[in-house]
Design a protein around this ligand. Structure first.
Ligand code: ADP
Length: 278
């Protein structure tokens, strides 16, 4: 993707490199046809807790509810959104400098590091600033069009890339995804505190893999002991908190690009929260 040129109406700087507002926030300028109403970051304290799965479920459910949805997959450590919800049409060049996002069958627009890698099995060995540059291009140089709600699948933890997103993108709220152990070991609370410090409200807390439902008797088996979800939510004043079970149906769907069609009752309160924000 080529060097940036000034496309801002009324700006007299020759390129964005000379532009004071672009220097202040290099993420400030989006494409003229991009209008995004709300931005939700989905974060976790560490990898492998189901952050991408929750992002996929939330995005797909909002899409089924009739909203225009985008997903910006910034998790270069495991960019899995395209695999989980499928890609019907890959991203393609717009003008010389711009990109048309990919979309899945249902019309969810997607930008992901996965879509620009020649080989999905290769590790992404990019340093933070490079990843930040890619995220900036995904944000600024992409023709997103009208989006009611954009979900950002954030890198796990409190890395500099997470900081870049929080500092530069207009995130309206975050959803924290945690395993039961994360809540006990306060790994998730670091992510909550980071958002707090950046003045971004935590609009939802998901305890994923919270329990298993016994296939024979329907009983809830709490594999990791009693949940601390309610206590943590109360401590940090998080109004919407939900528990998601371990469900093989979900992992099979995720592995087969089928997560977009799966209904998960547990996420309904989060969907209500987003609808209240729109
Ligand atoms: P993260 O984005 O936090 O790294 P993922 O969303 O990629 O985690 O999930 C890690 C793995 O766990 C994936 O294979 C996913 O399909 C599986 N998984 C996540 N949540 C569940 C769940 N509730 N039930 C079954 N499998 C799950």
């Amino acid at each position: 993707m080529a060097e940036e040129q000034n496309t801002c109406d009324g700006c007299e700087a020759e390129s964005c490199e000379d532009c004071p507002s672009a220097l202040e926030n290099p993420f400030a300028k989006m494409q003229d046809d991009t209008h995004i109403r709300k931005v939700i970051g989905v974060v976790s304290g560490k990898g492998g807790v189901g952050k991408s799965m929750v992002t996929s479920l939330l995005a797909s459910k909002m899409n089924r509810e009739g909203y225009k949805v985008g997903v910006l997959d910034t998790d270069a450590t495991g960019p899995s959104i395209p695999r989980m919800i499928g890609v019907a049409e890959n991203l393609k060049p717009g003008s010389e400098e711009t990109i048309i996002p990919a979309h899945n069958d249902a019309g969810v627009k997607i930008m992901s590091v996965d879509l620009i890698l020649p080989d999905a099995t290769e590790p992404v060995i990019w340093r933070g600033p490079v990843i930040s540059g890619v995220i900036r291009q995904f944000w600024c140089d992409t023709h997103w069009g009208d989006i009611d709600i954009m979900f950002i699948d954030m890198p796990p933890g409190t890395s500099d890339v997470a900081l870049t997103v929080f500092q530069n993108l207009p995130v309206d709220g975050i959803v924290v995804v945690a395993s039961p152990q994360d809540l006990v070991e306060t790994i998730a609370t670091k992510a909550i505190k980071m958002a707090d410090e950046m003045d971004i409200p935590v609009v939802g807390l998901v305890e994923n893999m919270s329990y298993i439902t016994c296939p024979d008797c329907g009983a809830e088996i709490k594999v990791f002991g009693e949940s601390k979800l309610e206590q943590i939510a109360e401590t940090y004043g998080i109004g919407t908190f939900v528990r998601m079970p371990i469900d093989p149906k979900l992992s099979v769907a995720a592995d087969n690009s089928g997560l977009g069609q799966v209904e998960v009752e547990a996420i309904a309160p989060l969907i209500d929260t987003f609808e209240g924000m729109l």
